[in-house]
Design a protein around this ligand. Structure first.
Ligand SMILES: Cc1cc2nc3c(=O)[nH]c(=O)nc-3n(C[C@H](O)[C@H](O)[C@H](O)COP(=O)(O)OP(=O)(O)OC[C@H]3O[C@@H](n4cnc5c(N)ncnc54)[C@H](O)[C@@H]3O)c2cc1C
Length: 367
């Protein structure tokens, strides 16, 4: 049997391990005992769901034939498809999949909200606010899920309708693929009295006097500052200048037999679980095509689809690939879809919701 070593057992790594579980000898190297459903962190921060709804034991999500090594990879040697773990153990594969996601780069003592630990600190503030002024946004660079700061602002407005909520966006204009989504967010923010600061790049945060200053000298006062920071791979020796790992954007190959999927790669697509999911499926298919020769190879075209909150009581459905994007809604149905995915996510990690996802993607693509 061919050997596959997957580094990172998050969204992308768990799915590819499960898809190939009975066809290859699969090892997953992942240090965390619990897997977090990161899109649910916005619900967690605002008290919409409890912690136990957004985390599951890693062991319960991997198929029985997958070998889970509870450790951290410290060295990846793509040239001989070898991984070294923290304990010095060596893992060699016929195939290597790097699915280590992106790690927040702390800036101005800001550290984002990608883990339950970081989100818990923000949740404590949101549930026991010292004041009514919330400033939410991100720093420049590649962030996870560009919709998340907007979602947080709408959920905070849902919780505290009289709060003074502002969103800061570092870019003056969104990237072309994010325009439909951004237009819908801005329209709703305007209706709700959420002030949007475009092109606001935080240069300094004064935590004692509670204000942030932009590179252009603009000042915003806050009671609560919730800012996501850019991500980079923990394996800087493999990264390009974006801080993430370069791959062929269609095959997701770093080199022969070595693939990078999910947030860890520098494909020009927003960093979403949806993209991670479809990337895992393409690579799994192509590994099987090589081994079994009974199917054709596929190309990843940048597809992602996400239901996100687009107001206190509504959601939108965002679809995109490398070329085009659409934002459908807003409707209460898409809000319900976002909520429902908190439960469906766990099944998606073994391909269990593809019977819904794939036809949905196809119908939106053709519409
Ligand atoms: C607040 C928030 C809201 C979001 N909302 C959405 C949304 O609405 N829709 C959507 O599609 N996406 C959303 N996302 C993004 C989505 O969660 C990520 O894109 C997705 O989790 C990426 O999957 P991944 O497998 O690449 O990385 P991750 O799921 O982050 O997994 C990476 C794994 O690698 C492991 N790892 C890291 N370093 C090592 C190492 N050295 N050795 C071994 N293992 C390692 C980590 O422990 C982790 O388990 C959101 C993210 C956040 C934070």
């Amino acid at each position: 049997m061919k050997r596959l070593v997957v580094v990172g057992g998050g969204n992308a790594g768990t799915l590819i391990a499960n898809l190939l579980a009975d066809k290859l000898e699969v090892t997953v190297i992942e240090p965390n005992e619990y897997h977090t459903y990161q899109p649910g962190l916005v619900d967690y921060i605002t008290g919409e769901v409890d912690e136990n709804k957004i985390k599951m034991p890693t062991s319960s999500l991997l198929k029985p034939s997958v070998k889970w090594v509870r450790s951290k990879a410290t060295k990846i040697m793509p040239e001989n498809r070898t991984i070294i773990s923290e304990s010095g153990e060596k893992f060699e594969g016929d195939y290597i999949v790097i699915a280590t996601g992106g790690q927040n780069i702390p800036v101005h003592s800001l550290r984002g909200y990608h883990t339950i630990e970081d989100a818990k600190m923000i949740k404590n503030e949101v549930m026991n606010p010292r004041g009514k002024s919330f400033v939410i946004g991100s720093l420049p660079g590649i962030i996870k899920c560009p919709a998340a700061p907007w979602e947080l602002s709408f959920l905070i407005k849902r919780k505290y309708p009289d709060a003074n909520v502002s969103v800061i966006v570092p870019a003056k204009q969104p990237p072309p693929l994010q325009v439909p989504m951004s237009n819908m967010f801005n329209k709703k923010a305007n209706e709700l009295g959420i002030k949007v600061y475009k092109g606001f790049v935080i240069q300094e945060v004064n935590y004692n006097e509670r204000y942030a200053v932009s590179t252009e000298g603009e000042k915003i006062a806050f009671d609560h500052l919730i800012i996501d920071t850019p991500i980079s791979t923990g394996f800087s020796e493999l990264a390009d200048k974006s801080g993430l790992i370069p791959v062929d954007k269609s095959t997701l190959a770093y080199k022969d037999g070595v693939f990078v999927i999910g947030d860890a790669n520098s494909t020009p697509t927003p960093k979403t679980g949806a993209a991670a999911h479809f990337q895992a499926e393409v690579v799994a298919n192509n590994i099987l095509a090589e081994i079994e020769g009974n199917r054709s190879k596929e190309s990843y075209d940048g597809t992602a689809i996400c239901a996100v909150y687009s107001g206190p009581n509504e959601g939108m459905l965002v679809w995109l690939n490398y070329e085009k994007s659409k934002a459908l809604g807003p409707t209460s149905i898409y809000r319900y879809m976002k909520k429902a995915f908190t439960r469906l996510y766990w099944a998606s990690l073994s391909g269990g919701v593809d019977f819904i996802l794939k036809p949905l993607v196809e119908s939106i693509r053709k519409s």
